[in-house]
Design a protein around this ligand. Structure first.
Ligand code: PPS
Length: 200
């Protein structure tokens, strides 16, 4: 259970959402990318960031793996720890989006309940993107050698091998990684611009 102090009052921002939209040419939002380890989430997120940045968009990437080196260094891969990991990611992403950024979150976020929690935290400017990849392909690629370690039992609770992955049934967008990287990047960029790129 979370304890919330009663002696706190939120302060109003000195810059309005509308002012940010007028300055930046787009609103902020959270683009939540879920998928297996090795599906290509980080690669697509980084390439999409590059493209959006080159178009003058305010864009940032929050990578699950990266945040586990700092903010989330106290967390492992149990259900409780993944939930907390993703809760923090969602809260940070929300703050950044409220401050005008397009936030690309790339995290396995293996269960629907985690993604629903993230959507609940962020609110209406949240979109769930499924980076779809065949588990056999991810395991064959095994860019970090983690699947091999999962098979030998050296890594426990490994998503797709010894821990579950629930593919989203109602994703806002599905990126098929069987196609070339450029295709996913173009599709995602166009999607983001169509959702967040215009004044509401
Ligand atoms: S989660 O499930 O959303 O909290 O995971 P995430 O924060 O995205 O971190 C996933 C990266 O951690 C590495 N790793 C593992 N992944 C899954 N299961 C286990 N047990 C595990 N142990 C370490 C792995 O490199 C993941 O990175 P990606 O980029 O997805 O391959």
């Amino acid at each position: 259970a979370t304890r919330v102090s009663t002696d706190i009052t939120a302060v109003d921002s000195s810059v309005t959402v509308q002012e940010r939209i007028e300055m930046n040419g787009h609103r902020g939002g959270v683009i939540w990318m879920t998928g297996l380890s090795g599906a290509g989430k980080s690669t697509i997120a980084m390439a999409t960031q590059r493209l959006l940045f080159s178009r003058g968009r305010h864009v940032a990437v929050l990578d699950g793996d990266n945040l586990r080196h700092g903010l989330n260094r106290d967390l492992g891969f149990t259900d409780t720890d993944r939930l907390e990991n993703l809760r923090r990611l969602a809260e940070v992403a929300k703050l950044m989006a409220v401050n005008g950024s397009l936030v690309l979150v790339s995290a396995i976020s293996p269960l629907q309940k985690y993604r629903d929690m993230a959507r609940e935290i962020v609110g209406e400017d949240f979109r769930e993107i499924y980076v779809s990849a065949d588990i056999a392909l991810c395991e064959a690629r095994d860019p970090k050698g983690l699947y091999r370690k999962a098979r030998t039992g050296e890594i426990k609770n490994f998503t797709g091998i010894s821990a579950p992955y629930e593919a989203p049934q109602n994703a806002d967008l599905v990126l098929d990684t069987a196609k070339p990287l450029e295709f996913a990047v173009t599709t995602l960029t166009e999607y983001i611009e169509s959702i967040f790129g215009e004044l509401p």
